[in-house]
Design a protein around this ligand. Structure first.
Ligand code: IPM
Ligand code: MN
Length: 355
């Protein structure tokens, strides 16, 4: 019997369900070819459910997610819901409760995809950012007092423990070795100012590298300088490892140099547990139901999901089909409404290259 994987399908808000449908379409073809099956369970978490019931992501859902092999997420966010509620209540809750401590963001410029960087070609933009996804300022440690008065005080603290840094670092070194390109792991931080947290990351990077990864070149960039190098010389990078907030910021910059949110995909990984895959773009409410949104990011996220399930060849097949579809030149732009074809047609074109 074909191997079966259980997937939680969370379409979410706005265009989320539409782009996810295209990912599922492409995977449907891939699974036939590679002899496995994905068994989806649909969940309706998102703005609509929240507005109706006040519920974001109940603990019972986390328990159900634990029994799945992966989570495939469309997008979360709605103009009628105050910013922060769904982000914290759904996305960050899943990341923290399922201990998805790696946020993996491949940054690759595909053929015929426009980058805002002058003179940069696909061979110049091909690196991976590993963002620590469970700690730092995102843990929300801190508080506020005298709120609303002249002397209001607020704190939100960047916290890291050595084990949390080490497990992220190990993943990063292993991936750098597996990628087998420049074999260089760049730590991005701000050690010239954040002398406590920065120093912890710098020592973790050096000590683990010196001890277990002598074949990997150790490299360090300050986060502010990194934003300049992304624009000036992205070809410098191979694998980047960084803390949570810095990773959040630099991966938006990275997404735009690879062609924008229509193509950028990410994985929230618990290498020992259940991981969650998502396109980086938001729910794009104004495009909902119009068949104009770009599904490539969601399709690529699906490919990453197959890879993490151990179906590496199938994951590569998804990427190859995306590249083949882009190479035809038929998809005119990565921007919603300007692709020269619809969401479903892009999905069909990519699927045709799996066969
Ligand atoms: C991301 C997003 C999230 C984050 C938000 C929506 C909570 O920006 O996945 O990068 O900050 O991590
Ligand atoms: Mn972000």
């Amino acid at each position: 019997m074909a191997k079966t994987y259980n997937i939680a399908q969370v379409g979410g808000d706005g265009t989320g369900p539409e782009v996810l449908a295209e990912g599922i379409k492409v995977i449907g073809e891939v699974q036939k070819k590679y002899g496995f099956k994905l068994n989806y369970t649909k969940y309706d978490f998102g703005a609509e459910r929240y507005l109706k019931t006040g519920e974001t992501l109940p603990d019972s859902a986390i328990e159900e997610f634990r029994k799945q092999d992966a989570i495939y997420l469309g997008a979360i966010g709605h103009p009628d819901v105050k910013p922060g509620i769904l982000e914290l209540g759904i996305l960050l809750k899943a990341r923290f409760k399922l201990d998805q401590y790696i946020n993996l963001r491949p940054v690759k410029l595909f053929p015929n995809v426009e980058t805002p960087l002058k003179d940069k070609k696909p061979e110049d933009i091909d690196f991976v950012v590993i963002r620590e996804n469970s700690g730092g300022i995102y843990t929300g440690i801190g508080g506020a007092t005298m709120v609303g008065t002249q002397n209001e005080i607020a704190t939100q603290v960047m916290t890291y423990s050595r084990p949390i840094v080490d497990r992220c670092m190990k993943y990063a070194y292993d991936l750098t070795r597996k990628r087998n390109k420049k074999k260089m792991l760049t730590l991005v931080h701000k050690s010239n100012v954040l002398t406590h947290c920065g120093d912890l990351w710098v020592r973790a990077h050096k000590e683990m590298g010196d001890r277990d990864y002598k074949d990997i070149k150790q490299d360090y960039n300050h986060v502010d300088a990194t934003t300049m190098w992304f624009v000036k010389q992205p070809e410098y990078y191979d694998v980047i490892v960084t803390e949570n907030l810095f990773g959040d910021i630099i991966t938006d910059l990275a997404a735009i140099i690879q062609g924008g949110l229509g193509v950028a995909a990410g994985g929230n990984l618990n290498p020992e547990g259940v991981s969650m895959f998502e396109p980086m773009g938001g729910s794009a409410p104004k495009y909902t139901g119009k068949n104009v949104i770009n599904p490539i990011a969601a399709i690529m996220a699906g490919g990453m999901m197959l890879d993490s399930l151990g179906e590496e060849k199938a994951g590569q097949a998804v990427e190859k089909a995306v590249v083949a579809a882009l190479t035809t030149g038929k998809i005119k732009s990565m921007a919603a409404g300007r692709m020269g074809m619809g969401t479903r047609e892009v999905g069909d074109l990519i699927t045709s290259f799996i066969k």
